[in-house]
Design a protein around this ligand. Sequence first.
Ligand code: BES
Ligand code: MN
Ligand code: ZN
Length: 488
Amino acid sequence: MTSPITIDFAETDLDALAAAEGKLAILVTPDGKLDPAGRRVNRLTKQAVARLVESDRWEKVKSGEGFTMGFPAGLAAKALLVVKLERRPSVEDARKAGASLAKFKGKTPLLVCAGAYNRVADLTLGLALRAYGFDDHKTADKEDAEPATIYCAKPDEARDEAEAAKAVAEGVFFTRDLVNEPANILTTQEFADRLTAMKDLGLKVEVLEEKDLEKLGMGALLGVGQGSDAPSKVVVMEWNGGGEEKPLALIGKGVVFDTGGISLKPAAGMEDMTMDMGGAGVVSGVMRTLALRKAKANVVGLVGLVENMPDARAQRPGDVVTSMKGDTIEVINTDAEGRLVLCDVMWYAQERFEPTGMIDLATLTGAIIIGLGHENAGVFSNSDPLCTAFLKAAGAEGEGAWRLPLAQAYDDLLKSRIADMKNVGGRAAGSITAAQFLGRFVKDETPWIHLDIAGVASVKSDTMLAPKGATGWGVMALDRLVRDEYET
Ligand code: BES
Ligand code: MN
Ligand code: ZN
């Protein structure tokens, strides 16, 4: 479960340091400058801190990381962490320091001395995000998460800033929980129910059922889900915080499980396809954050929820389906299903909302992992200004994103003998041809970004701000984009 630990703020109390129970952390500048709390701890430990800072070992500690001393003499604390941090750290270093504190803390109460430091809100965000764990399905006794206390210069200000950071963290946790959840639990129904529950936050939420989707003509999306017992759904979430402007539209691929369909995937690693709703997960998390912080912007989030199963009723390779736009698609490979889902949801979003911009997110291709690994999402766009703004937001939030090209020559690879297009373009440039397919469903006047997040949505090793598994990549970048470009 999310287990966001409670974090509180207080003014530095030097006299409380010796007796502080649990774990204790101090921050020291790279060149070894101690603040008052550092000096007090140094005195209590008979200069252990000074000896560390003067040693070769300190040089090896990276900025935002720390050195642990176990059972330090002179302190009641079980362990002392000495974190290397500038007094005015970068956002990244402050968050990294927070993440180091989370790893050091574990389940134990923690006291952090940050009285002389800036960017306490970012340090707090790093601490909260890295303290996440998904243990809903572990039956062993779950210990209560003990709190963290942060000594800082202006506790009241810090508490207010932390409240804003909390809206971001809760959006990220919501995304991570969805992405980590197995497919027997996170069915299309359960997904829709969790989104419907966000009405409590002031979001407008509407669930379109199969009969509605049939009426709308979403033959591409419905074809993907027709082999599953789980009913296909489209959920529309509206946040209207910004007056009369047309909204920004966020579209998410929500394949709750992708077996590949009749073009069945190999058994090895197929369990990873529980995360194939990652795009829908990010859209949902962003909407949650926007509602929690009452963003002054109009944003609509639409997710296409389907399950891709092989079955007697499943669609076959070679089938031709008709999209809501009216274009026909020859389904060469039933495993290239994400684009079939997205194309109908994207068309619907443009017809209904005439958005000022549209961003789709999808765990769309294995090829993007070959190209960019797990460090960067693939970015494709028909609009330089929108794309530049997004890349800036992603950079500011430390979420890797790398633009790749679109061009007519790639689009030509989608020509079909019998229909308007086929759903795959062959082995070459697989991520780009997938993006070109989506581009055929973008109106000329709609500025659009496609984000292929197959490599970044869920990873097999810890990242700076997340334990292995779902990362929540994109929630912070998109929230920042809304803040910087769409808020009035
Ligand atoms: N969901 C997969 C893409 C994927 C792969 C996501 C690995 C996360 C990790 C997608 O539906 C898919 O199967 N894509 C195919 C497309 C191909 C058939 C053109 C792929 O990448 O192999
Ligand atoms: Mn697939
Ligand atoms: Zn898929």
